[in-house]
Design a protein. Structure first.
Length: 173
């Protein structure tokens, strides 16, 4: 995920678990992020797998919160969402819906965190997690985010919602 610095929009009030996750994320070795509460988590342009995983967990927790607070929010696959590479955007469900309403798609991390939160909140799959894989291309390293269901199955919302490119073979970190 090589892109300019990006920002994750945060709600004005954060609960204890979300605050703890943000503190852990910002203290990872080699991960220089800034957390300005309330408001924005500034995300560096180059992430490694562990940092990506923690950041996806933060976004999943925010999505869980949004789904609990507003039961009228749609499930991912009924929302009209579709895949589009957008590495600079880290959007929670409400912001993702705004993006969709403006005619833009969502990338793997946004789709996977939304689906993971949905599984946890609406289907009781507390063990659902975002997982990443690392793929080397001739020009760069690409990370892809999918969902590991509570039973261990891997679900790829991006593939289900239009990602047509085939990723190169997975590489170990």
């Amino acid at each position: 995920m090589h892109a300019p610095w990006a920002a994750l929009m945060l709600p004005a009030a954060l609960d204890g678990p979300t605050t703890e996750l943000l503190s852990q994320l910002c203290s990872l070795d080699g991960f220089a992020c800034e957390w300005r509460a309330p408001g924005v988590l500034v995300v560096p342009p180059v992430l490694d797998g562990p940092a990506l995983e923690k950041l996806c967990e933060v976004l999943t927790v925010l999505d869980e919160r949004a789904l609990r607070q507003d039961p009228t929010l749609p499930n991912l696959y009924q929302s009209g969402a579709y895949y589009e590479l957008r590495p600079e955007y880290w959007l929670s469900v409400p912001w993702a819906l705004v993006c969709l309403s403006c005619g833009h798609g969502l990338d793997c991390k946004v789709l996977a965190t939304w689906r993971c939160a949905e599984l946890r909140v609406r289907r009781g799959e507390r063990g659902a997690r975002c997982v990443w894989s690392r793929h080397a291309t001739p020009a760069k390293v690409v990370y892809h985010v999918r969902v590991r269901r509570a039973d261990g199955r891997i679900e790829d919302p991006s593939a289900r919602l239009g990602m047509r490119s085939v990723l190169p073979a997975e590489r170990s970190a």
